[in-house]
Design a protein around this ligand. Sequence first.
Ligand SMILES: [Zn+2]
Length: 465
Amino acid sequence: MNNNISPIPANPDGGPLKGVRGAMLTFRDDPFRNPAESSYDYYADGLAVIQDGRILDAGEYNDVIPSYPGLREIEHHEDALIMPGFIDCHAHYVQSPMIGSYGDTLINWLNRYTFPTEARFRDKDFADEVARMFFRQTLSNGTTTANVFSTTFEASVNALFEESERYNARTITGKVLQDRNLPDNLKDPSTEGSLLLTEKLLAKWHRRGRQLYAIIPRFAPTSTPLQLKLAGELYQRHLGEGVYLHSHLDEAENEIEWALSLFPEAEDYTDIYDRFGLIGHHTVMAHCCIVRPREWKRLSEAGCGVAHCPSSNLFLGDGEFKYREATAEAHPCNVGIGTDVGAGTSYSVIRQLGEAYKVAMLGGNPLDAIRGFYMATRGGARALRLEDTIGSIRPGYEADLAVVDLKATEFLEWRLQFADTIPEKLFVLQTLAPDNLIRATYVAGKKVFDRQRAHSLVYSSELPL
Ligand SMILES: [Zn+2]
């Protein structure tokens, strides 16, 4: 892990220096494994110095500014808290048109709303429109990196990556592999064809700018053994290049039973994926609510990321994530936060933290805000194996920043005066999280979202350096 805190020299041939000033919070250590109070840095009046999308220096304004006599452009955010851009470790952008649909059971919800909606993504124009709206929601909520399910069709992948490129955001997505137990208009027409299309999209998008590719079997029950086998072979071939494997695991009792009935030779649900070579250090599994000890051990050993999706746990009512199990000393996993839109009910990662507290309380284990905000930033980056690149405000990191408005509403401003400490303030923010909580979002150093601007969202290429 990069613990370097000394500044990086400015590139004399690079772009102009830019400063972002205000109260700042960033994590240095994992508060699940270290004392919470020493796991973060807080600068009451902080300054981040940025060049060409990268942070050169960060710290207290008075300590940093003497080294940059030529720094003219400083954007000063008063009454705010600047944090690393939030990281959404699991979302389905293709479900944006049906978020908030009444779900009596998961299967009815899928059949009635999810599958018919996803089937529309053959149409590139429709996919473009949804991708556009997805980024408007994530960026206005301070999310700068998302690990996202597309769906079966090529158009659904291209639409999301193209829109991500316009903002220069870091996005992970890929074609969803699903060749059985789905309606015909959504299912892969051919197993071999589904892998060929995956290879084609991987070659086109992986590491193009900030874009990263994930191989995505929806979940074990919707893939034939052959599809999982071919997906595993492809993953193993590209694992060294940082290609991801993203799927769902251990969300609900009946799902686990179904999966095991389809793969009776497997020891448990994790073992289904493992047998096909799908468990590795770039594997990210969503949910992990009902997990056997052997599975935790295996996920931990392999270095998998786990996406905790609290509002989805509550919405579907199928299972509750147990963070104490996931982070237990015997088998600690790297846990990030997922919105799981559209079973999740908000694009806001901060709002998910409010829900994560409630999910934890249902199991009798309170989850404090320091550990929550860690999962939303550096912890999420670690779950995605990007902890040396994003998720921190430190020299060398990509300049993705979220500016939280401490005066977003009259009530929030009033309430915060009664919170004395940083953890208290963070807990109020995650619990109340009003819609307009984020004032601005920087992506690779550019302010693509500014609530006060006439056009609040602007593509990166249309903004000056
Ligand atoms: Zn999901």
